[in-house]
Design a protein. Structure first.
Length: 88
């Protein structure tokens, strides 16, 4: 288990927080702010990374938003570019 930060567009936060079916959905991840290493959901160890790389949504009042997430970590694995969803 590990704490990590996630930056997203302001519009994506509502879906991530309130929609348990799509939440962190790899099929739509990165459409708004980027997917440097392909489709997936990215997390950062330090809050400064998503903020300094413009990966956080900015509200109308100029404040930036970032999520602090508790992750259940496992073994890394090699993905396949043809997969839109993570096979469980």
């Amino acid at each position: 288990v590990r704490w990590a930060f996630h930056g997203a567009s302001v519009e994506a936060y509502d879906s991530i927080i309130h929609d348990p079916l799509s939440g962190f959905n790899a099929a739509v991840a990165g459409q708004n702010l980027g997917a440097l290493w392909g489709k997936g959901t990215y997390f950062a160890r330090d809050a400064q990374y998503p903020v300094s790389h413009d990966l956080c949504g900015e509200r109308d009042d100029g404040a930036k938003q970032i999520l602090l997430c508790l992750l259940v970590t496992g073994w890394p694995c090699l993905g396949d570019h043809r997969q839109a969803l993570i096979p469980y």
